[in-house]
Design a protein around this ligand. Structure first.
Ligand code: TYD
Length: 218
């Protein structure tokens, strides 16, 4: 379990176009500049099998994928990621930053696809052997803003991104409910704040966590 490992596990969550990758990169830079060892990773993906599963579930052109199959593919990718990448890094004492984790499945498959948030959580707790983040940074994005941000330039939308705004509204609500249920484990920030402002607030919270837990020491 995370509690017993010397590392620190931080997940970035939020709707598509929230700016999670930018903030994960900023936090990694800030921590690395102090000599801390940081592993940045992402879901779906993070392992060779996970990258294959990623393209199976996100690319258009595999025909219809039913909701249960979709949830199981994300969970399979996560099982490999948690067991082969995240847990070993935490055991070495690294700080692990992941772009998406279990909450994404709870929100997208549990709420968005209507499979039920508890069922999807149970599946994923089993898949990861109960590995939970020490902190989840939730970048809360309005669905219309998110779509504008992710389609800026020529970026094409993947299979889930191209769902209607109503689907993304359900997901936003589900993320906010997860954070409200365990406020001590979440930092919720409005995604429309300036990049530097978000980065400063995230670093301040992580610093407080490092100080209180004594984890992630250089
Ligand atoms: P992401 O990697 O954040 O997209 P991008 O690389 O385009 O920034 O996520 C890909 C999509 O997969 C995104 O729409 C959210 C979705 N997703 C789920 O539906 N369930 C999950 O468990 C995960 C991890 C992602």
């Amino acid at each position: 379990m995370t509690i017993q490992s010397p590392g620190l596990f931080i997940a970035f969550e939020g709707g598509d176009g929230a700016g999670k990758s930018t903030q994960a990169a900023r936090l990694a830079e800030a921590l690395e500049s102090r000599g801390l060892k940081v592993l940045r990773t992402r879901e779906p993906g993070g392992t060779p099998i996970g990258e294959k599963l990623r393209s199976l579930v996100l690319d258009h052109g595999h025909g219809h994928i039913d909701a249960h199959t979709e949830a199981l593919i994300f969970a399979a990718s996560r099982a490999a990621h948690a067991g082969q990448v995240i847990r070993p890094a935490l055991d070495r004492g690294d700080i692990v930053l992941t772009d998406r984790y279990i909450d994404s499945s709870v929100a997208y498959q549990g709420a968005g696809r209507d499979l039920g948030t508890e069922a999807v959580r149970t599946l994923n707790e089993w898949a990861t052997d109960g590995l939970q983040p020490d902190l989840t940074v939730l970048l809360d994005v309005d669905p219309a803003d998110g779509r504008r941000r992710r389609t800026a330039g020529d970026a094409a939308e993947d299979r889930l991104e191209s769902e209607a705004d109503e689907f993304h509204a359900l997901i936003r609500e589900a993320f906010l409910q997860l954070a409200a249920a365990r406020p001590e484990a979440y930092l919720v920030l409005p995604a429309h704040l300036a990049v530097a402002e978000l980065a400063a607030q995230i670093l301040a919270r992580v610093d407080a966590l490092l100080a209180s837990s004594g984890k992630g020491a250089a």
